[in-house]
Design a binder for this molecule. Sequence first.
Ligand code: HEM
Length: 195
Amino acid sequence: MLSKYLRETMASRHKKIEQHPLQNELASGSISKERYAKYLQGLLSFHQEFEAALNEHADEAPLKGIIDPDYFMIERLEKDLGELGAAGRPAASGTNGLHHEKVENPLELLGILYVILGSKHGGKYMSKVLADKMGNGYHHYYLDPFDTKLGALWSKFVAEIDALPLSDEERDTVLKGSISAYDAFTQSSDFAMAS
Ligand code: HEM
């Protein structure tokens, strides 16, 4: 099954990013607003590239029938950046030294989406901690976009990707996309810590 393959193949990557200092600051709620905003700005440039490609290829296999409008994150990122007082800054792309290679292969795009949706498990927890620690009870939309719907949405997504009849080669193309997404999260985490 594709989901099991991705989870097992990337378990060491997940462990590593969970231990990243930036992720620790998010999970403990000790992060400054400036650093949190920097992290989200790095991710905004990644999502801008990714979502443009996803829109272009949404009607192609294996994305057709799987992509849901709810999977798009840019508006949530912008809302959170506004709350953090970081709205109106130049888009991170091109100004922050982060380079996200444009991905056009629908299988790779699916692999990226897997990591983005999967990351909401940890994000849901972080969102709660941040709502408490940062005061005002603000709901952190990027980290926890689906709220109580996460479990059902994730199960549905996993069932859909597990039902895809993929060759080993195609499966490894999905994995390639997932790895590039881990790299993007790592880069944005490094970028936010480097100040
Ligand atoms: C402190 C940081 C993090 C914590 C505590 C955390 C925790 C978790 C937890 C509890 C799950 C659910 C496992 C399950 O029920 O099957 C999960 C899944 C997942 N997380 Fe994270 N996470 C963190 C950061 C991240 C980041 C930054 C990414 C993105 C690169 C990520 C990607 C994923 C993915 C893809 C899954 C689903 C598949 C899997 O288990 O590998 N996580 N995470």
